[in-house]
Design a protein around this ligand. Structure first.
Ligand SMILES: O=C(O)c1cc(=O)[nH]c(=O)n1[C@@H]1O[C@H](COP(=O)(O)O)[C@@H](O)[C@H]1O
Length: 305
């Protein structure tokens, strides 16, 4: 990453601007072995490099216009290839940065505070080879254990997306469970994220961005992951997503069966905050760049139409 924290605006306004410019789509870069085979690529570091470069290229139009607000490389599928896979991930993050598209490293990190600092430095610190614009985090060791990552993100103009209501059916057994005061685990995560975002939203940076935006969501450093497959669950758990000031990363559209109609109804007033992720739903259009571009455009039309 070439720009420094001092030059960088905070993450929420940067993401809001990207969503206004390119539409609320995040293209997932998930180099699954089956997709590599379908694309005629080997399941090797060279194969995932070719795959990743093609997706980054397809996320920008021929005239240089971004076709997606963000790109989300799925870290597990690079990690499968060891050090060589991580080297590909570093170059992919740099390619996306050079193309002017925000990156969300989907590593779902979470650890006790003292070692969480290590993950925070790896993914969110200026000068780190793996630094992305944002990182997905798992709060199930306790929201406050993520503090080193949240604070570093805020200080470097980056963001985090914290799992709240995940798209998989197994998530409910933990996330719907009631804790202190009969508040669900998910509701507690959203409440804490909202408190963190209020700190950002009090700053001039965010206020200026909101004023210049004229419309659209005002977003803080802390985003939340809310599965597109279960958008109405938040309401059932009495969770007010719209008041959280959080960008809502919504995976599950396309391959996992979520539709635009369902998402719009489910997210309701929080819809302007939603960044819809699609990975396989787009990647199955490859390997031709133009076919991928067409699928990306059609996806954006579908979610904005
Ligand atoms: O954090 C995520 O991105 C995530 C959270 C979640 O609740 N569900 C979920 O599917 N994801 C990720 O989103 C992507 C979904 O991929 P597709 O189902 O192929 O669109 C994968 O990279 C998942 O790991």
């Amino acid at each position: 990453m070439t720009s420094s924290a001092a030059e960088r605006q905070s993450f929420g306004p940067r993401l809001a601007a990207a969503m206004r410019r390119a539409g609320p789509l995040c293209v997932g870069i998930d180099p699954h072995p089956g997709l590599l085979a379908d694309w005629g690529l080997d399941d090797t570091a060279a194969g995932i490099e070719r795959f990743s470069r093609t997706v980054v290229e397809a996320s920008t139009d021929r005239d240089g216009t971004s076709l997606a607000a963000a790109l989300k490389p799925q870290v597990a599928l690079y990690e499968r290839h060891g050090a060589a896979g991580f080297a590909v991930l570093e170059r992919t993050l740099q390619d996306a940065h050079d193309a002017g598209i925000l990156t969300i490293a989907d590593a779902k990190r979470g650890d006790i505070g003292s070692t969480m600092q290590g993950y925070a430095s790896a993914w969110l610190e200026d000068g780190s080879p793996l630094a992305a614009d944002a990182l997905t985090l798992s709060p199930f060791l306790g929201y406050e254990s993520l503090r080193p990552a949240i604070d570093l993100a805020r200080n470097t103009g980056r963001g985090v997306f914290i799992l709240a209501l995940t798209s998989n059916p197994e998530g409910a057994s933990v996330q719907h469970a009631l804790g202190e005061g009969q508040v669900s685990v998910a509701a507690d995560i959203v409440r804490r994220a909202a408190a963190d975002n209020r700190i950002d939203l009090d700053t001039t940076d965010a206020a200026d961005a909101a004023a210049s935006a004229g419309k659209g969501a005002v977003l803080g450093t802390v985003g939340l992951v809310v599965g597109a497959t279960i958008p109405d669950t938040a309401r059932r758990l009495s969770i007010d997503l719209a008041a959280s000031g959080a960008a809502l990363l919504a995976p599950g559209y396309g391959a996992q069966g979520a539709t635009t109609e369902r998402m719009r109804l489910g997210f309701d007033t929080a819809w302007p905050q939603v960044l819809v992720n699609s990975s396989r739903g787009i990647l199955t259009a490859g390997p031709e760049v133009e076919a991928l571009r067409t699928r990306i455009r059609l996806t954006t039309e579908d979610i904005t139409g």
